[in-house]
Write a protein that binds this ligand. Sequence first.
Ligand code: PTJ
Length: 251
Amino acid sequence: MINKDHPRYESLKLRDKIVEAYKSGILADAGMIAHGRGEAFDYLIGEKTTQTSLNAIESAAAALLLANNPVISINGNATALVAEKIVDLAHVLNAKIEINLFYRTPQRVKAIEKILKEHGAHEIMGTEDNDQVQMEDISSHRGKVSHEGIYKADVVLVPLEDGDRTEALVKEGKFVIAIDLNPLSRTSKTASITIVDNITRIIPCLISEVSFLKKKSPDELKKIVCNFNNARNLEESLKVMLNSIKEFDSL
Ligand code: PTJ
């Protein structure tokens, strides 16, 4: 039990969730390492949502609202940290949820499906092997996608991803929104929009932004998406990180 007055309470609470998810078979072993890497980058952005991240969230919300067939891809880490919020996001967007794992095992798929259903998810893609199509250029399990889900999607939200699939999805002509605290990763550089922030802060913010932008016309939404430049936004995120190091240097 972590005391609420502990200065690192929020961070320790997330670690607890990660450890619990590992024990219950949701998280891949490597999911713990991935979380640690994320923590380091989160530290550098001050563990808060920056204006740069807000700009990316606004564009991501607009792109998701413009989509004809949006799909939210979910893995072990996303389930461990924000399963309930992902289900809420899928509801406000009328989007599909697809379980897509790098370290795929039938046991992990079942465990993740159970959690999502407990939080109210109706239709979950990627649970049946006979519905899967192999995408070109990816040899890992991530290359297997649901025919009615990611395969047919025009916009795909990919949290905590490895670079291969983002590249392949973009090559297939899909609009890819990545969530990655590391602005230097292949995923971040390849995605159409990358949100450099913690998934735990992003998803609630994305839900609010989608609800707000729902009132806008398609033309206004298109303008928001067109005005976004992923490379420039990544550069801004890196600047935030470098500035926090410089501030420390001048202490
Ligand atoms: O559940 P599986 O089998 O699909 O496996 C998931 C992991 C995350 C293990 C797998 O996709 C993987 O190995 O990913 P990587 O290559 O380690 O990339 C994960 C990225 O997510 C890293 O760049 C981290 O900085 C970033 N990250 C970690 N925690 C968070 C995060 N980004 C946003 N929010 C976080 N909480």
